[in-house]
Write a protein that binds this ligand. Structure first.
Ligand code: NAD
Length: 494
């Protein structure tokens, strides 16, 4: 472990990467093909390490192990309270390794270390404990029928589940999928994103230490078109829970339809609007809008990428948002003074810069930003476009980077219309002190979560998911637990 030094200050230690192989049936193994792939540090553009690469053969082996664990192993059969004990132990181990996990996500994904350590990792433990608490509260119903029948329902685990997650929240996504699935008594195969495999493998190691039986949890780093596609089209996987882009979501659904008709749940992309009304406190609204697009360097499905400001305060807003964006601190995500780290990968960096170029070409005004910061690492300046027309590509496509499309609106009706002018429906924000406006707009916007005077406000109790092409099915809350259960009706004459 090397001590990290930035500008003469000493920070946390960079962990040695201990887990680089596939985790199948309770052990770390090489891939059948012997293939590996490189995972890159976006701060330096240097290779961190090589990771075993799963392909179809490895998926087959992992699914066999998960099937055996489901059909004959203890996990689905043990009382929910016993599963809960193991999950709670896993949560404690996560907390005990908080700094190492945070550092893994920072070097792998360019995420702010302090945020990972104080928010993402504690939230992972929180998610585990929440679903551990639900594991022994899964009950069916008893029916008094009019046909001399005694009927009741059993809630049964759905079986072997395939999970596919993206790279922007490697820790939270892992547990948002694994925790309800395991609490329900299912077994699983999870593919982390190829850009950020490190923390998922570390979680597998901790799962073993916590006592999760062999075969119940399998973690297979690899690429979408090979390992991912093998999961979605597998005939012996009973359900798939996917988080990623809308484009890939469509492929996931197609693969499920063309194989065994497995149910899929899809948490997909977004192009979330925030409507800022004339009565808003402009300084607070500026802070909210900037946090809304720059947090996690804009690589958030719910990012406030479209900012609509009512005309009465627009000029003041534009002046203040420009000033603050210029002073936003971009740099090494281990440095506690830094507000924005590098984009996760070269591909993402290039994609964002090409959208910026496109925005200029289609006639939007570049108010600030638009360029790489420094000449090493995937850092991009906080970028704001004004004079954005609703039909421009930068107002319609999910850029997934620190790029705000700023424009104005006159009336509430016009604001609602602009907000809804998107194929996505994941999240939306409203900034106002007026309760009537807040309530009217909340009901009128077609999105899965509405934030009034806030952003990124989640609680594990409350379901999260999309409308329209942002997907369907919900993570979080008891709704997520029910994705991994199916209902069996039983009848007997009386
Ligand atoms: P992506 O769709 O390219 O990849 C996501 C995952 O799918 C990765 O693990 C990838 O390897 C895998 N994959 C790719 N092709 C596949 C295929 N053909 N079959 C099966 N799996 C395949 O998305 P991304 O660029 O990694 O992530 C960013 C996207 O994720 C954005 O659109 C973002 O909005 C979305 N996202 C949504 C949520 C949400 O909760 N709604 C949360 C985070 C990210």
């Amino acid at each position: 472990m090397d001590n990290l030094s930035i500008n003469g200050d000493s920070f946390i230690k960079i962990p040695t990467i201990k887990f680089k192989k596939l985790f199948i049936n309770g052990g770390f193994v090489d891939s059948v093909s012997g293939k590996t792939f490189e995972t890159v540090d976006p701060r330096t553009e240097e290779v961190i390490t090589k990771i075993a690469e799963a392909t179809k053969d490895d998926v087959d082996i992992a699914v066999k192990a998960a099937r055996e664990a489901f059909d004959n192993g203890p996990w689905p059969r043990m009382p929910g309270a016993e599963r809960a004990k193991i999950m709670v132990k896993w949560a404690t181990l996560i907390e005990q390794n908080q700094e190492e996990i945070a550092a893994l996500d920072t070097i792998d994904g360019g995420k702010l270390y302090s945020w990972c350590k104080t928010v993402d990792v504690p939230e992972a433990a929180n998610i585990l404990r929440y679903y551990a608490g639900a594991a022994d509260k899964v009950h069916g119903e008893v029916f008094k029928t009019s046909r001399n029948l005694h009927m009741y329902t059993l809630m049964e685990p759905i079986g072997v589940v395939g999970h596919i997650i993206p790279w922007n929240f490697p820790t939270i996504m892992f547990f948002a999928k694994a925790a309800p699935c395991l609490a329900a008594g299912c077994t699983m195969v999870l593919k982390p994103a190829e850009q950020t495999p490190l923390s998922s493998l570390f979680f597998a190691h901790l799962a073993k230490e916590a006592g999760i039986p062999d075969g119940v949890l399998n973690v297979l780093p690899g690429f979408g078109s090979t390992a991912g596609a093998a999961i979605t089209s597998h005939m012996d996987i009973d359900a798939v829970s996917f988080t990623g882009s809308t484009e890939t979501g469509r492929r996931v659904m197609q693969a499920a339809a063309l194989s065994n008709l497995k149910p899929v749940s899809l948490e997909l992309g977004g192009k979330s609007p925030v409507l800022i009304f004339d009565d808003a406190d402009v300084d607070k609204a500026v802070d909210l809008a900037l946090f809304g697009i720059l947090h996690n360097k804009g690589e958030i499905c719910v990012a406030y990428s479209r900012v609509f400001v009512q005309e009465g305060i627009y000029d003041e807003f534009e002046k203040k948002v420009l000033e603050k964006a210029k002073n936003w601190v971009v740099g090494d995500p281990f440095d506690p003074k830094v507000q924005q780290g590098p984009q996760t990968s070269k591909a993402q960096f290039d994609k964002i810069l090409s959208y910026i170029k496109h925005g200029k070409n289609e006639g939007a005004t570049l108010l600030t930003g638009g360029k790489q910061v420094g000449n090493k690492g995937y850092y991009i300046e906080p970028t704001i476009f004004t004079n954005v027309k609703d039909d421009m590509l930068i107002a319609q496509d999910e850029i997934f980077g620190p790029v705000m499309a700023l424009s104005k609106f006159k009336t509430i009706e016009e604001g609602i219309k602009k907000a809804n002018n998107t194929k996505y429906g994941l999240a939306a924000g409203i900034v106002t002190k007026n309760l009537d406006i807040a309530n009217t707009v909340s009901r009128s916007i077609r999105a899965g979560i509405i934030w009034i005077n806030c952003y990124f406000a989640f609680d594990i109790d409350c379901p999260f998911g999309g409308y329209k092409m942002s997907g369907y099915g919900r993570d979080y809350g008891l709704e997520a637990l029910h994705k991994y259960l199916q209902v069996k009706s039983v009848a007997t004459p009386i």
